[in-house]
Design a protein around this ligand. Structure first.
Ligand SMILES: [Zn+2]
Length: 199
């Protein structure tokens, strides 16, 4: 299913303007070509999710964005990408951060509504960030994962005017009515929020 025309046109226009301001040589792997033009966060790798696994939208025009939701995958990085690309799974997040090196993949455009919170209202209001790992295996929460994720969250908050505090940067477990526990008790919120504050 294609996105509505007007929003697509506007996004392409904005992306073009943004790219024009950046010296070509500084772009991450410019040779990778057209796919990289889709990312909202510079440096992210575009890994398109199945269009069956999110709702096309035109945020923040359609829904104001007021929170970032932090998840842990309970799967490997590769398997999580495969799940997002499987139209049967009905789940996605906007971003996925890899444990070993903090590499960021973008799977759903920020304008679109990813299905990660298990709650429609929270899905419409949020950007979802998945982190490779397991809630009971803290070794997956590496320095690189914290640092790169915090930079991503800081950039999202700045872009949409979302306060960089724990009322607006929440864990999946804080979504009302959820039975999910992620990111779990080993996630170092104090450390994470300090990193977000310095961007
Ligand atoms: Zn979650």
């Amino acid at each position: 299913m294609e996105r509505a025309g007007p929003s697509t046109s506007r996004r392409w226009f904005l992306k073009g303007a943004a790219l024009a301001a950046v010296p070509y040589a500084l772009l991450p792997d410019a040779r990778a070509g057209a796919q990289d033009q889709a990312v909202d966060y510079p440096g992210a790798e575009w890994q398109q999710a199945s269009r069956s696994n999110y709702t096309a939208s035109d945020r923040p025009a359609s829904y104001p964005l007021d929170c970032v939701i932090i998840h842990v995958t309970q799967e490997t990085y590769a398997k999580t990408l495969a799940i997002f690309q499987n139209p049967e799974k009905k789940v996605t997040a906007h971003y996925l951060v890899r444990s070993a090196d903090g590499h960021v993949a973008q799977c759903v455009r920020e304008a679109d509504i990813a299905w990660h919170a298990g709650d429609w209202d929270y899905n419409t209001r949020s950007i979802g960030i998945e982190h490779e790992g397991w809630v009971d295996r803290p070794a997956y929460f590496t320095d690189a994962l914290y640092e790169q994720s915090a930079k991503l969250t800081a950039a999202i908050c700045t872009k949409y005017g979302i306060p960089k505090d724990r009322d607006h940067i929440i864990g999946h477990y804080e979504v009302p009515g959820t039975d999910h526990t992620d990111p779990g008790r080993h996630w170092d919120w104090r450390r994470y929020m300090k990193l977000v504050a310095v961007g």
